[in-house]
Write a protein that binds this ligand. Sequence first.
Ligand SMILES: C[S@@+](CC[C@H](N)C(=O)[O-])C[C@H]1O[C@@H](n2cnc3c(N)ncnc32)[C@H](O)[C@@H]1O
Length: 191
Amino acid sequence: MIIRPMLRYMRELLSEVLEPGDLAIDATVGKGSDTLFLAERVGESGQVIGFDVQETALEKARTRLVEAGMPGRVDLKLESHAAMRDAVPRDWHGRVKAVTFNLGYLPGGDPEVVTVAESTLTALDAALELLATGGVMTVMLYSGHEQGKAETRAVLDWAESVELERAHVLLYRFLNQQNDPPVLIALEKRG
Ligand SMILES: C[S@@+](CC[C@H](N)C(=O)[O-])C[C@H]1O[C@@H](n2cnc3c(N)ncnc32)[C@H](O)[C@@H]1O
């Protein structure tokens, strides 16, 4: 398929910008597949900070990172991404090359533990500040569940309101898929 499936396109965008030695943030670690991907891209000399509010999810992510031989380059925080601005070291501000959000709930996990619009918007504002010029943020949104509808609307409104001088903002969406397919927002920081 020439048109990229959603997850693959998201990772291509992140790969495009990430180099060994870079700083990256996973705002929704879950079982850690995106965290692992970021850790691979930043290499031994890079660093990743990950956020999740579920200890059970972080344990799984930690195990995967250990198995992959790269636990040292990832700092997993049992904290809401809404705390991102203060939780990320001061000297990272304006130097982060990539931030990824994969919103909603953990597949196979507790569907009650779900991202919600208010804290997501706080985190998005912080992430935009933390990004370096030329850095990329991706946000995967799911509207198939109740919280997800309101969250998707709020995040799309937020994304549309980002001033062009601050970032290029892209919406990537399949128009003819059934049952509320995910949508991807990608943002490239300008200034
Ligand atoms: C769709 S899953 C993420 C999947 C993950 N990227 C992976 O590779 O497995 C969404 C995650 O967001 C987490 N979450 C919910 N509210 C959060 C918050 N306020 N801050 C950070 N993570 C949150 C959930 O616990 C869940 O693990």
